[in-house]
Ligand binder design. Structure first.
Ligand SMILES: NC(=O)c1ccc[n+]([C@@H]2O[C@H](COP(=O)([O-])OP(=O)(O)OC[C@H]3O[C@@H](n4cnc5c(N)ncnc54)[C@H](O)[C@@H]3O)[C@@H](O)[C@H]2O)c1
Length: 353
């Protein structure tokens, strides 16, 4: 098979982590016998510089035509005070691809973790947060003047139903536990959310459904993170909780994501930002972007290759030189090169089995 991949290198550490990831992709394609073509597009701050628009027309057309979109982080202080901000491009990209389901796996990838939790609490963390990505506060009506700011959080039954179904279906393939997070004691959009999730539950009797208010969920994620399997929640709650979960799982440099709609190309990106504080220093951990590329390979149908990349990462995080966020002195480039060099061994293991 051959795939077309639109690559949006981004800003700050984005191009560095993407470069390391493309090296891994190259080695994986050779080892597992698939082909791909990449085309790079301006997006984010660099696109504001080149086109005056964080999501220019050429990028809009390019991502639509691709089988998958691999994105580096965007943004940075250079664009913080401009009338047009890089994040506007990100919201427009998600809406353009209608990728309503953001999948954020959180695992304890390594014991050489930067998790602030005690090891006994971090032990066994293995959850997936499904964050609704194209509705809620970030997409509602906005108003801003000198004395007044307004954001609107609106959800429709159809929007809740399609993401909740993803939650039930994913839970079925895992430990069978689904926790729906809302704020139904206060918000109308959350009352609708809980009602729709409850109605769907009868169609999934094999899934054990629980509900949690978002504030107590933040507490429980810290106190007993290993208890959670699949979590489904709305856009802003998911944004906040998944950063918290990434941190307790082992650090933001290890947290991948995919954003999918079920039809059309998926979007694959690390959940971290462009880390201006370390950009250009070679200190960025490319693991989150490499793991996002592994999620991309799985969605494209190359699951054996995806498993091999994940296995390689787990082995190297445990035994090899790691980047400074995990206490080592490997560079973005050297860690990526080590993964690329080791992936063919994982392919040999598959053949030997
Ligand atoms: N999807 C995206 O592109 C995205 C997501 C979040 C933030 N941002 C943007 O990124 C910029 C910086 O945001 P921020 O500082 O709040 O968050 P950040 O995630 O960029 O950085 C937070 C901290 O984590 C560290 N860090 C992040 N990724 C790392 C990695 N791969 N390896 C090692 N350390 C890493 C950084 O050095 C920093 O100390 C802002 O402009 C923000 O809008 C973009």
């Amino acid at each position: 098979m051959s795939y077309s991949i639109a690559v949006l290198p981004g800003d700050g550490i984005g191009p560095e982590t993407i470069s390391a990831t493309l090296g891994v992709l190259d080695a994986t394609a050779s080892a597992f016998g698939f082909a791909y073509e990449i085309e790079r597009f301006a997006f984010g701050g660099n696109a504001i510089d080149s086109d005056g628009d964080p999501f220019p027309a050429s990028t809009r057309a390019g991502v639509r035509a691709a089988d998958a979109v691999l994105k580096g982080a965007i943004g940075g202080p250079k664009w913080d005070d401009g009338a047009v901000r890089p994040e506007m491009g990100l919201l427009a990209l998600r809406a353009h691809l209608d990728v309503f389901c953001n999948v954020r796996p959180v695992r304890r990838w390594t014991t050489r973790t930067s998790s602030p939790l005690k090891p006994e609490l971090a032990e066994g963390i293995d959850m997936v947060i499904l964050r609704e990505l194209t509705g809620g506060l970030y997409f509602g009506t906005k108003e801003l003047d000198a004395d007044h700011g307004l954001d609107t959080c609106a959800y429709t039954r159809a929007e809740v139903e399609r993401i909740a179904r993803r939650g039930f279906e994913l839970a079925r393939t895992r430990r069978g536990l689904l926790c729906s997070v809302d704020k139904q004691n206060v918000l109308s959009s959350s009352k609708l959310w809980r009602r729709v999730v409850l109605e769907l539950a009868s169609e999934y009797p094999d899934v054990e459904l629980s509900h949690q208010l978002v504030d107590s969920m933040a507490m429980k994620l810290v106190e007993q993170p290993a208890a959670y399997d699949v979590i489904v929640t709305e856009n802003m709650f998911g944004d906040i909780l998944s950063d918290l979960a990434a941190s307790i799982g082992g650090g933001i440099g290890l947290a991948p994501s995919s954003s999918v709609s079920g039809s059309g190309p998926g979007l694959y990106e690390a959940i971290h930002g462009s880390a201006p504080d370390i950009a250009g220093s070679g200190r960025a951990n490319p693991t989150a972007t490499i793991l996002s590329a592994a999620m991309m390979l799985r969605d494209l149908g190359e699951s054996t290759a995806a498993d091999a990349v994940e296995r390689t990462i787990i082995r190297l995080l445990e035994t090899g030189p790691v980047t400074p966020d995990l206490g080592g002195d490997a560079t973005t480039e050297s860690f990526g090169a080590a993964v690329a060099a080791a992936v063919p061994n994982a392919a040999d293991e598959v053949v030997a089995r």
